[in-house]
Design a protein around this ligand. Structure first.
Ligand SMILES: C[S@@+](CC[C@H](N)C(=O)[O-])C[C@H]1O[C@@H](n2cnc3c(N)ncnc32)[C@H](O)[C@@H]1O
Length: 316
């Protein structure tokens, strides 16, 4: 069988297996309707069924467009990033046509770290954010000889291993950057193994969307930051223009999974990627969640019409 035919068959199989965009939208609508009916039934009758329905809801969450048990989501997300670790950087460039680099540059510009900062880069993956932080410090004078620190932390050791090797190849190590201590540490953003008030900045880029309990991640970020510390999140978000959203949806659902299949031999992780983006809270809702965790002076900035957004807040 030639490549084109094999790819077409694969494409069709995956479309059937994972459903097309319209079917997925219908599934979501059906879920929302079901949820609303259950809540209304429970509220109207005050009976146990409504409470039971709500209890069931609490134990489930979304994994892309699928509804899964909370405990299953962690495993599935772990598998996604285990599968993509080696092709992660190549795919990032291909899917965003390199624009993710600009978003990350802008993100680091907004943080503008100076010597003396203690940064926790959570869900740090293969190190893109931490590398920008290191380069920015290396480019600054350090007359006061202040010491800085970065912890790059991720739940997935495979991603960290790829990151460590990239850091070595790019000369971003403690030997090359004597003003800095670097700690690569596996950890769950929902349950951090760090002491209260131990960092001056916390970044999370394209990571929080994958966590099961966003509120727990935010509470943990607040706990480990020192008073005056800054929380910053870079995440896929929602477009402000409906025509652009339509084009973006077409691109996401019809181009990205097939591209994953061709370049990385993987369809499912990229199907998950585009679905999980649609499930993430809208800019204003996420801002409210950050405020609810205790952060102040919270604001957000859309990049590329809202394809991604930067949220920022301070622990005061
Ligand atoms: C899309 S990658 C982003 C990596 C990197 N920040 C970047 O911008 O290139 C998402 C990362 O989140 C990590 N992750 C998912 N759930 C996590 C959790 N609960 N705690 C910590 N990291 C998590 C994944 O392992 C993965 O490395």
């Amino acid at each position: 069988m030639n490549f084109a035919r094999r790819f077409k068959l694969n494409f069709l199989n995956n479309s059937i297996k994972h459903g097309n965009f319209n079917e997925n939208c219908n599934k979501i609508l059906a879920q929302v309707r079901k949820k609303t009916t259950q809540a209304a039934a429970g509220a109207a009758s005050g009976d146990d069924n409504g409470k039971k329905a709500n209890a069931d809801e609490e134990r489930t969450t979304h994994f892309g467009f699928q509804k899964v048990k909370e405990s299953e989501k962690d495993k599935k997300v772990h598998k996604v990033f285990e599968d993509v670790a080696s092709s992660y950087d190549l795919m990032n460039d291909a899917m965003s046509v390199g624009v993710h680099r600009l978003w990350k540059d802008i993100f680091m510009d907004r943080l503008w770290p100076t010597h003396g900062v203690r940064l926790l880069d959570m869900a740090g993956g293969t190190g893109d954010i931490a590398f920008r932080y290191m380069r920015q410090l290396a480019a600054q004078k350090n007359n006061l000889k202040r010491h800085s620190h970065v912890t790059i932390s991720d739940i997935n050791q495979h991603m960290l291993d790829v990151g460590k090797e990239r850091a070595r190849l790019q000369g971003l190590t403690e030997e090359e950057l004597p003003f800095l201590t670097i700690n690569w540490q596996q950890a769950d953003a929902e349950q951090l193994p760090f002491e209260d008030n131990s960092f001056t900045a916390y970044t999370i880029a394209f990571g929080i969307r994958n966590c099961t309990h966003i509120d727990r991640v935010l509470r943990e970020a607040y706990r480990v930051l020192k008073p005056g510390g800054r929380f910053m999140c870079l995440e896929f978000s929602h477009l402000t223009n409906s025509t652009l959203q339509w084009i973006y949806d077409k691109y996401s659902f019809q181009v990205i999974p097939p591209m994953g299949q061709i370049l990385a031999g993987q369809w499912q992780p990229y199907q998950y990627l585009v679905e999980s983006i649609r499930q993430f809270p809208r800019q204003e809702d996420f801002k409210k969640m950050i405020e609810d965790a205790g952060f102040e002076l919270v604001y957000y900035e859309n990049l590329t019409f809202g394809v991604v957004a930067i949220h920022s807040g301070f622990k005061l």
